[in-house]
Design a protein. Structure first.
Ligand SMILES: Nc1nc2c([nH]c(=O)n2[C@@H]2O[C@H](COP(=O)(O)OP(=O)(O)OP(=O)(O)O)[C@@H](O)[C@H]2O)c(=O)[nH]1
Length: 132
């Protein structure tokens, strides 16, 4: 099955983390799900460069990329993703939604309110456990 390498940014502003909702798409299992912003790593860029580029493209935001948090391999019915998540800091809360349909700054305790993409659940669970 096709495997794609993806980076995702867990962007903190104080106690709040940015959660974004994907637009409707052909795959029901990712359509309208919440995720951490990011995207595919292109050839010739590092994971950190890919994150900075994606966050600018998708949200017109700049971030400070910190340490890697958790890598998840998840198989959806049509493809597998290898997703590297990074702890990041927002330099400013302002953003523009170029691709997503919603953005919420939530405290980690509030994460369970959202319908997350399946690949994100281990990241959400780890953040919630460490907060508990
Ligand atoms: N960015 C991101 N993608 C995720 C997460 N969880 C998850 O399952 N994915 C999946 O990973 C894939 C990433 O692709 P993407 O569409 O965000 O990447 P991209 O912007 O480079 O793609 P494109 O330019 O082809 O649209 C999608 O299938 C998406 O559904 C997540 O937390 N963040």
């Amino acid at each position: 099955m096709k495997e794609i390498e993806v980076v995702a940014a867990i962007i903190f502003d104080g106690e709040h983390v940015l959660c974004v909702q994907r637009a409707p798409s052909k795959y029901a299992y990712t359509s309208l799900k919440y995720e951490f912003p990011g995207g595919k790593v292109e050839a010739n860029e590092t994971q950190k460069e890919a994150l900075e580029r994606e966050i600018k493209e998708e949200l017109s935001m700049s971030i400070i990329v910190g340490s890697e948090y958790l890598t998840v391999r998840h198989s959806y019915p049509d493809f597998t993703i290898l997703m590297h998540s990074y702890l990041c800091i927002a330099t400013d809360r302002s953003l523009v939604l170029h691709e997503h349909v919603d953005a919420k700054w939530l405290e980690i305790e509030e994460f369970k309110q959202l319908d997350w993409a399946a690949a994100d659940v281990p990241i959400v669970d780890k953040l919630m456990e460490e907060k508990a």
